[in-house]
Design a protein around this ligand. Structure first.
Ligand SMILES: Cc1cc2nc3c(=O)[nH]c(=O)nc-3n(C[C@H](O)[C@H](O)[C@H](O)COP(=O)(O)OP(=O)(O)OC[C@H]3O[C@@H](n4cnc5c(N)ncnc54)[C@H](O)[C@@H]3O)c2cc1C
Length: 363
């Protein structure tokens, strides 16, 4: 079976790698693999949080991916480092409302079997000395983060090492079991996976209702640098009803994100975005202004009409979708990839992906 994967973000790359491991011949087509949302992403792999309250299907999908992450990474690290760390996520409360919300979060996580430790203000200060005084915290010691830039590179290395092909071109159209590229070349396929993030529905040639509109939700994100890591563990700072995440990397990089902006396909970075992130960071980490500026970048989160992932076969024979992962694509890459590889080899996918069928949008 010859499968073409359109889109080389983390979802397309992870899908391609898992399919190749199952014996599928795969060509990934992308003009610039791993340069869009999957490149700017923070790579937070948080435990359950308020976004999942009452969203049972999404919660099951997240838990399945969380369970798969260690083996997914271990298999990938046969080829290259995947930039994965599972040394804890600290939720630190900086006001009374946030502190009260931690009670709810702790019972929610513990009911799911996610280990938590409640921290006093003094324990938070000891764990994360660079923070302003927090009122208390919740540590999830079995969660963490991955560096998406390292992960994406590892996926490309593994795909190519196993005989997969990465073609650096844009797909314009699908017709008669072939995709047409922007240079006019046609690439035939037995099966096609569209994983082009928020550009997925722009690919021509498919019936209108086979591919839902995937809305871009812009996020700006900041990267600062210090000689040694300023924070010891990945953290979310809960303050004034919002959560700011701070992801330290081993080399001294600190990733601070992110904004949520509905501005269509606008990928510009702005002074306002930078100021918003710096102000929010300074409120919880007073010395942040002294760090070296490394990068401000923007990416477009791919959001389906119901803001949920879109994974599986469409009603067009041999055409599959893997998109719509919105703010969780890095987190959900393992379960999506394993499920897509099952679909592509005619085996039963992980049950947690079934509710995310693209057929929910067909008329
Ligand atoms: C600021 C920010 C922070 C984030 N933080 C996190 C986080 O901490 N944890 C988490 O889990 N998620 C996070 N996300 C969300 C996550 O990054 C996305 O859900 C994920 O990257 C989506 O991956 P993707 O492969 O579907 O899309 P993308 O990474 O956007 O990749 C789509 C690819 O398709 C290609 N493409 C487009 N059109 C065509 C075409 N016609 N032909 C061929 N190729 C095409 C593009 O070049 C691109 O490489 C964050 C996102 C942003 C923006």
């Amino acid at each position: 079976m010859n499968t073409v994967v359109v889109g080389g973000g983390v979802i397309g790359l992870a899908t391609a790698w898992q399919a190749i491991r199952q014996g599928v011949t795969v060509t990934v087509i992308d003009p610039a693999p791993a340069t869009k949302a999957s490149h700017v992403s923070a790579g937070m792999l948080p435990p359950g949080n308020e976004q999942l309250y009452g969203q049972d299907d999404l919660l099951r999908l997240c838990l399945a991916s969380r369970a798969l992450y260690p083996s997914f990474v271990a298999e990938l690290e046969e080829f290259a480092s995947a930039g994965f760390r599972r040394d804890g996520v600290l939720d630190a409360a900086f006001d009374d409302d946030a502190l009260a919300a931690l009670d709810h979060q702790q019972s929610f996580q513990e009911a799911l079997g996610i280990r938590t430790e409640r921290l006093t203000a003094a324990e938070c200060a000891k764990l994360q000395p660079a923070f302003a005084p927090a009122l208390g915290g919740l540590l999830s010691p079995d969660d963490g983060a991955v560096d998406p830039r390292v992960l994406n590179e590892a996926l490309i290395t593994a795909i190519e090492a196993l005989g997969g092909t990465v073609v650096r071109r844009r797909v314009v159209r699908v017709a008669d079991h072939a995709v047409t590229l922007d240079n006019g070349d046609a690439v035939p396929f037995d099966r096609l996976v569209l994983a082009a993030g928020c550009w997925t529905h722009h690919i021509e040639g498919l019936p209108h209702d086979a591919v839902p509109e995937i809305r871009p939700v812009k996020g700006q994100i900041l990267r600062l640098h210090s000689d040694r890591p300023l924070l010891d563990v990945t953290a979310r700072a809960l303050h004034k009803g919002s959560s700011l995440y701070l992801v330290p990397r081993p080399g001294g990089e600190l990733v601070i994100g992110a904004t949520y902006e509905e501005r269509g396909y606008d990928e510009t970075v702005t002074a306002d975005g930078t100021r918003e992130l710096l102000n929010r960071a300074a409120a919880v980490m007073p010395d942040v202004g002294a760090l070296r500026f490394a990068e401000i970048s923007a990416g477009l989160r791919p959001a389906a009409p119901d803001d949920l992932p879109v994974i599986g076969p469409t009603d067009v024979p041999d055409v599959y979708l893997a998109t719509g992962h919105f703010r969780m694509g890095v987190q959900l890459a393992p379960v999506t990839a394993v499920a897509m590889a099952a679909y592509l080899t005619d085996t039963t996918p992980h049950p947690s992906v079934v509710p995310f069928t693209p057929l929910r949008f067909s008329s």
